[in-house]
Design a protein around this ligand. Sequence first.
Ligand SMILES: [Cu+2]
Length: 445
Amino acid sequence: MSKIRLSRRDALTVAGLAVAGAGMAAGKASAQTAGNPFHHARTVEPGNYPPGAPGEDYSPVITPNGATLPYKVAGGVKVFHLIAEEVQHEFAPGLKATCWGFNGRVHGPTIEAVEGDRVRIYVTNRLRAPTSIHWHGLILPSGMDGVGGLSQPLIQPGETFRYEFPLVQHGTHMYHSHHDEMTQMALGMMGMFIIHPRRPKRRVDRDFAILLSTWKVRPGARRPDPNEMTDFNILTFNARAFPGTEPMVVRQNQRVRMRVANLSAMDHHPFHLHGHTFQVVGTDGGEIPETARWPEATILIPVGSARTIEFVADNPGDWAVHCHMTHHVMNQMGHDLENMVGVDQSAFSGLVGDLVPGYMAMDGNDMAAHGKHVEMGHMRIPDNAIPMVGAQGPFDHIGMGGMFTLLKVRPGITSYEDPGWYQAPEDTTARLAGADEIERDGINT
Ligand SMILES: [Cu+2]
């Protein structure tokens, strides 16, 4: 304890740890982190660290379509204020719902701090239901863990609770309601909690945070349905569904980190990146030692987990970033349909059209055509709905929705504004094959 001056309270915490560490010598707090695998996640002891400052101690995380929670420093403590409240949220142009979030946002803003910081988080409940906030993956005193009824009384409507604890680790974590989780999380009560290392071994140039979640919003409905158990129809990155997702823009050859966390109700998501491979460098349990990292192009993010990946964005272009479950890149479609693939419905469509004005059969061979029809105005959909709508791309309609966004890698850019579509060098884009080429190469079409 000689190097770090501790408050009496911190000294008590450290003393408690020493006991938990089964006889480790007092005064060798760092040995707990270095030598003992059971304390691996605890990378610093609570101490008298100055509050970590953005820009100096860390490069702030970017939350696409989101925001970072502001804080102030009071007596060396970082003070945050989360306000749980009802929020009118837009998932994508054309689809809004009354959700529950924090500080006017769904999901809540990203909390960002530095290992060794002491944080004090006030939580005001402006909902009509009691709540409680859990700090997912954080090592903290039991009474600060936020499980309603177990670790604390519920925060009743109108009340403000105070949480306070030192951050003794770094990594990609989350916060979410831990009371009536099925309802409150289905309505959006979650956010990311990023803790930067006090002494980073390496820095990245662009550090993105993406929270995955799933929703059931019936076409035309005003609120997400928390009772849904399996058939979710809005699948989101930071509570936005494509084409509502903001692209991630990076300069070519920048070092990029993505922190992807999953607080869906029932679904794991294979998160897939095009044009690059990446290293898996951490989980919500902490950093993976360098010798144990492995390369991937897709990483499964189980429910209640986070994965941190890093790569050098050396390949210029517009790259798809998406969940690889094909039903998770659709918007608001029903799944209990007859299989019409290969069926010519033209005669049938006319007959139904006599009974139901405006009826239009789904294209039997191309589900994605639906989005095109809606966009072109051929097909009417209920108000406040985005059934399967994708977006117009540079070449054609992109028939994807839900958990889909873009990584835009550009050489020499000086702004991270959306640079528009990628202009590929000549003859590096797939195109219609010429008859002469087909013949020359002996291709039988
Ligand atoms: Cu998925």
